[in-house]
Design a protein. Structure first.
Length: 372
């Protein structure tokens, strides 16, 4: 390779680019995409209307400080709007936190089965990622504490966890925080907080209020169903807010995104209906799949992690191919070869997936050359 041309940081070439869940088959045939944890319940009609209204103003820059949106969030969650920073999805805020607090020689801790943005961004800044094995599918508090060193600057907990759906209760989160040294920033990524119904769960506001080394991130992509607009937010101690505001892009939340997210915030009845729909179908699908003899991790999210036998013809790989042949795309993750992640769909889609997996597990349709 030529050494005279432009040279990026050497660690960048070791990165594996993020591969999103598939939305269509390789032959272009349309399929039902249940691979990205999107909300089929859809956004509030008021949010859609606001996004359409925003179209009239898109020759203008959005409000760089997202003032109205921060206040709409603060009102609903009873928070201080000055301690909220909005971003282009919570990915934006997670990335900014890593840029600000990690780099070569620093260590970032996350779970082995966790959100893929953490390792991706950690490696992109030349920091060292420490992937701690999960416990009961959630983060392992003791394992994480054992992994902390003087060089650790960040600990990420996706709570509930993606792709497992499991969560850590509030006592465990507090136990983790109380044993972390003051120089470590604990990031509570609560992307699915809106759909959690477990009573011993909290997203993290209280810890952010009480300590200067805890940040909570949230998103409009999941239960608010605005993934395509890219809106997220962080609730953080004043010093962290200051850091984020120094390094974020000046106009990081697009104008339709701000308008729609404000309207979505103001329609909590729609959110509630969406959460109820999700809970009902998640429980229904899980019960049906478990009745087939499949292990399905108990989930507080809008998806289920399904474990398949490791013997042909019942493997996750074969199930994935069978579902795809029949028009349904789930998520098959390289680091969980025996599992498929299924996002909760419409009633019709949920029933169809259960029906297909029932046929698959009974042996029907396997290795049928007509299907491939
Ligand atoms: C979906 C997701 C996010 C980020 O979503 P944005 O669309 O960037 O707001 C963050 N964390 C977890 C665990 C997620 O599953």
């Amino acid at each position: 390779m030529s050494q005279s041309g432009p040279q990026a940081h050497p660690w960048i070439m070791n990165l594996n680019p993020y591969v999103p869940g598939k939305a269509s088959l390789d032959n272009g045939r349309p399929v039902v995409k249940l691979s990205a944890n999107e909300s089929v319940f859809g956004p509030s009609p008021a949010a859609l209307e606001a996004a359409r209204t925003a179209a009239d103003d898109i020759c203008r820059y959005p409000d760089g400080g997202s003032h109205a949106l921060r206040h709409a969030i603060a009102d609903v969650h009873s928070l201080d709007a000055d301690r909220i920073v909005c971003g282009a999805g919570s990915d934006d805020l997670l990335t900014l936190l890593i840029h600000a607090y990690a780099g070569p020689g620093k260590e970032v801790i996350y779970s082995q089965y966790g959100f893929m943005v953490y390792p991706l961004v950690t490696e992109s800044v030349g920091a060292t990622g420490i992937a701690v094995p999960n416990k009961n599918w959630a983060a392992d508090v003791d394992g994480i504490l054992d992994a902390v060193t003087d060089n650790t600057t960040l600990v990420f907990i996706d709570n509930p966890n993606n792709p497992t759906g499991a969560y850590l209760n509030w006592d465990e989160i507090k136990r983790l925080h109380s044993s972390l040294p003051a120089h470590v920033l604990l990031v509570l990524d609560a992307a699915y907080a809106e759909c959690v119904t477990a009573e011993d769960y909290k997203a993290g506001e209280e810890l952010v209020d009480a300590f200067d080394n805890v940040v909570m991130t949230r998103t409009f992509s999941k239960m608010y169903a605005l993934a395509g607009l890219r809106v997220g937010w962080a609730y953080a101690p004043a010093a962290v807010v200051d850091i984020l505001n120094r390094i974020r892009m000046p106009f990081n939340v697009c104008l339709p995104g701000q308008y729609a997210a404000i309207a979505a915030m103001q329609d909590q009845a729609h959110l509630k209906a969406s959460v109820e729909f999700n809970r009902e179908w998640r429980n229904w699908v899980r019960a049906r799949l478990m009745a087939l003899g499949l292990d399905v991790v108990e989930s507080e999210t809008n998806f289920l992690l399904i474990e398949f036998p490791d013997e042909s013809p019942f493997t996750a790989k074969e199930a994935n191919a069978y579902l795809m042949d029949n028009g349904y795309i789930l998520r098959h993750l390289g680091f969980l070869p025996n599992h498929l992640r299924l996002s909760i769909g419409t009633e019709e889609q949920n029933r169809a997936v259960v029906e297909l997996l029932t046929a698959f597990m009974s042996g029907a349709g396997h290795s049928d050359p007509a299907l491939s």
